[in-house]
Design a binder for this molecule. Sequence first.
Ligand code: NAP
Length: 248
Amino acid sequence: MDQVLLITGGSRGIGAATALLAAQRGYAVAVNYATQSLAADEVVRTIRAAGGTAITVQADVGDEAQLTAMFEKVDARLGRLTALVNNAGVVDMQARVDEMSVERLERMFRINVIGSFVCAREAVRRMSTRHGGSGGAIVNISSAAARLGSPGQYVDYAASKGAIDTFTLGLAKEVADEGVRVNAVRPGLIETEIHASGGMPDRARTLAPSVPMKRTGTAEEIASAILWLLSAEAAYTTGALLDVAGGR
Ligand code: NAP
């Protein structure tokens, strides 16, 4: 059976590394992005140059209409979806809870939480045997922040990832006997551009000494864990929250 993967936020960072590794493992890959079309094009170009199959699919995961259109495009261009990685996520500028506006909180939860729910909804409608599908796997990207709370930096982000953990546990049980496995990866400090987007470009490097392994992780190290959870090697694993955080 052809393996078709949709990865949200596949244009950069962990998502791009996951798209590239998935293509190497034989998946046809739909690379979602929000605004950085050149970066998404580059991921697709690299996959195609190596003989793989990939397309770009633009959609803001915070917009339901854009998401349903994106899934229809994947159906039409790549065929039946077998794997979803809910990777797109944002942080905001460093702030205390007593400084956070409702606008900030709504954006954070719309993108990080509701976006993942809607993508999983669309995926389950295509994968679940209850809906006539023939199974699949979903990996949600949480964060070690869900355990740590991120005080003084972004408790809103940490709480959004806490919601992703609970979402993973609940959805995994809901669809466990419908051929769909649902797991989460909780990355630690990974070298990507997300830290600069929160106004702290050196955040990962600065905090590296606090990691038991004394180093940051790479996007490729997270991609490996995601691909394992998607694979048949993880056939009996569902509802797992896998920390990939150097012991942090
Ligand atoms: P990144 O380098 O900032 O990349 C973010 C990706 O998400 C980009 O592809 C971006 O698309 C996409 N994106 C952002 N907002 C979107 C939206 N509204 N709709 C669709 N796509 C959107 O981030 P990263 O570090 O790879 O993080 C990926 C995931 O890992 C996130 O869920 C993050 O919370 C989680 N995580 C990261 C770390 C870390 O240390 N890096 C640690 C724990 C968890 P554009 O290119 O179009 O902007």
